[in-house]
Design a protein around this ligand. Sequence first.
Ligand SMILES: [Zn+2]
Length: 397
Amino acid sequence: MHLVESGVRGSKLQLRQMVLARGIIETGYSTVFIPESFVTGLSVKNFELSGASARKSLYNKTVSTYKPGYLTRQMVYCMQHISITEDDCGSQMYLPYYVDEKNFKAFYGKYYLDENKQLQVITEPEKFIGKIIHVRTPLFCKAKVGVCRKCIGEFYYPFKEVGIIAAQTLGERATQLTLRVFHTGSAISLQQELQELQKYSDYLIVDRNTIINKKQCSIVLETGTILTKKDRSLLKDTLVQLQFEDTTINITLPMNTRILTQTFNNIPENTPLFQIMPTTITNAIELLEKFLSKKIEINSLSELQQYIQIVANLFNYEDVFPQWMIELLSFALLTDVYGKPISVTKDLKLPLIKQPIKTIPHLLGLGLLFETPRKAIQTQILYGISVDSPLKELLYL
Ligand SMILES: [Zn+2]
């Protein structure tokens, strides 16, 4: 009792369960009432039942924390070499952003162009709400190695290793968000989305989370929609028009929905069209992992902006992240780990990135695994693996 009252450990609920009765227990399948207490002792069956929630939370913690943990490692690996190397690279390219009430905090400390075309630091971001600002960004930094301070922005505590700081901060956020999902879950929101489709039951059938057409139709996706290469899923919430012979249905498909149909015109009846996936932070992490390891084609500035927005949306769950971290992650994703950053020509056309972005899915062949530089070079010769990494200088010393 003293333990509970002093607030050191436990609660009155736990005392009640010990002395009075275990009470109402969620087992995952049903709700049961256990009249026995820990003092009187539980029957074998009730003991098993009362442990259900504890087992479930243990399982969830084990299963769901390895993903963001691995993601953090991937991000640290892909961003560790980015540091501030110079003060000003003199880049004349700026990324436009629309500042609104949700995202304004993200721009604190960034350099922007004011009306007189002068470079200024944003100290009061709330002043820019409702405006478009042109900011300096690491994506267009001209520094030969790493990035410059003007492109990153000013911090309260000046530090140089921006890559690692950003990676660990983003990774920590991913872990936090995963842990939070234990309480909220996402099955409910998915059900709601599918229930809205019931009113089109003459045209569409919803089978679990798959949408099937009852009559022949054509599909028009929102302009600028990007599908992932591997499983043809949507990168953001997308407006879709289903054109039937006698009617047109507009629906919004949530992020991560898979497009099952191969053709978009004159789709025969009873074709599975879309598969809606629940959008949880775990899905979001999977999406980011796709970014981290698969090729991404970016052809224009608007696509780049869209892409940065997608990355930002993954992390900006309740409060916003400093924009420079998101930009730095995008910069790292668009940069080959070993290679040079993407070159941007004056007409703002980004080259097609054909090479997959190298991350650490398999640590093989990377300097980190080896105990000594000699061993690394030996392995390189033996297996013909290139050790042409940021660690190269270190290895050949
Ligand atoms: Zn720069």
